[in-house]
Design a protein around this ligand. Structure first.
Ligand code: PEP
Ligand code: MN
Length: 362
């Protein structure tokens, strides 16, 4: 681990210092937006039936993609959150996007702050928030940036840490993409996994609502998150989802949330059973063996590539032969398909290999 991150990793506060996360997954639930006192309180009361919900969320300032849509109720929403806390004893959280929001939240006893995806992309704003938090011991949850860039996510976490915040967690809410797909945001699980590898002590929370964009997918995405080893979920929950003023399609009722949590199966992150441990060690051995073979094969492939590169140079032939590349990709994908490998995966692997091969010949 890079030296810079080592200290951060050591200094991150145990989650138990700011949250009682006894049941896995522990959950942050509540509406996308606070819309009215009744909606906020009715949702919170209904959520109280679940022992897994620990934190109540509601956005009061909403970063909407297009203007002339509901942009949040503002400051009055903080008053409603205060009522939720008094009545239900939930911890409360809302999104902050600038120093003014931070100040108002702290004045109104919001327990936990979160930084939204559209703010994490902007180092100026993140720094402004970090500066406003100097000397304050409030937990901050950092959503991934809307684009799939780990650096910005890490950068935001580092900025907060340098301002003295150690009660930190990261929220994975998927990455925006230009392509049409069934989900609103691509999960690209390898990115939160890499974040966890770099900062193992940083708690990870998955927000399946914003990945899904549609309530039908919330459950399978939540299960995938748990299967990976993520221990917490943020799920948008509304007392009357179809009438929600923002993100209506992806919100679920408190009862639906309770049913969903009941069906989820959390997995153990520690391997305790000796017999299972042995079997896993054996399978890991087989996997590592194949990995070594792949590395040797790649090295061999690159040696042939260099030979062909020299030959092309001697005879003045261009490095990139587009027909050859097209044929090769079609051929490999057909073979891989027969062996049950996914097209997209094989294509991505060979695009990387081919790019490296071109580089080696230049
Ligand atoms: C939200 O949680 O309602 C929200 C705006 O999320 P994100 O920043 O992930 O888009
Ligand atoms: Mn939302």
């Amino acid at each position: 681990m890079a030296e810079k991150l080592k200290k951060l990793n050591e200094d991150i506060s145990e989650i138990s210092t700011w949250l009682e996360s006894d049941k896995i997954p522990w959950v942050i639930a509540g509406p996308c937006s606070a819309e009215s006192e009744e909606q906020v309180l009715a949702t919170a009361r209904a959520l109280k039936k679940s022992a897994q919900v620990k934190v109540f969320r509601a956005g009061v300032w909403k970063p909407r993609t297009r203007p002339n849509t509901f942009e949040g109720v503002g400051k009055i929403g903080l008053e409603w959150l205060r009522q939720v806390k008094a009545e239900t004893h939930f911890l409360t959280t809302t999104e902050v996007a600038n120093a003014h929001h931070v100040e108002l939240c702290l004045d109104n006893d919001v327990d936990i702050l979160w930084i939204g995806a559209r703010t994490t992309v902007n180092p100026f704003l993140v720094q402004e928030i970090a500066d406003a938090l100097k000397g304050v011991d409030v937990p901050v949850l950092v959503k991934n940036p809307i684009n799939a860039e780990l650096g910005l996510w890490l950068g935001a976490i580092e900025r907060l840490y340098h301002a003295g915040i150690t009660k930190l967690a990261a929220i994975h809410r998927g990455f925006s993409t230009y392509m049409e797909m069934e989900y609103r945001n691509r999960p690209d699980w390898q990115i939160p996994i890499e974040l966890k590898r770099l900062i193992p002590s940083l708690p990870l929370i998955c927000d399946p609502s914003h990945i899904a964009g549609n309530r039908a997918y919330i459950e399978p995405i939540s299960q995938t998150a748990l299967d990976i080893g993520i221990k917490a979920l943020m799920i948008e929950t509304h007392i009357d989802p179809d009438r929600a003023l923002s993100d209506a399609k992806q919100q679920i009722t408190p009862d639906a949330l309770i049913g969903l949590l009941d069906r989820l199966r959390a997995r153990d992150t520690a391997i305790t059973d000796k017999h299972v441990k042995g079997k896993i060690a054996h399978l890991r051995g087989q996997i590592s063996h194949v990995d070594s073979q792949i590395i040797r094969d790649l090295a061999e492939r690159m040696r042939w590539v260099e030979d062909i590169g020299k030959l092309k140079q001697q005879h003045g032939i261009a490095v990139l032969q587009i027909n050859r590349w097209e044929n090769l990709l079609d051929d490999h994908m057909a073979k891989a398909q027969q062996l049950g490998l996914e097209d997209e995966f094989v294509k991505a692997v060979f695009e990387l290999i081919h790019a490296q091969a071109v580089k080696r010949q230049l």
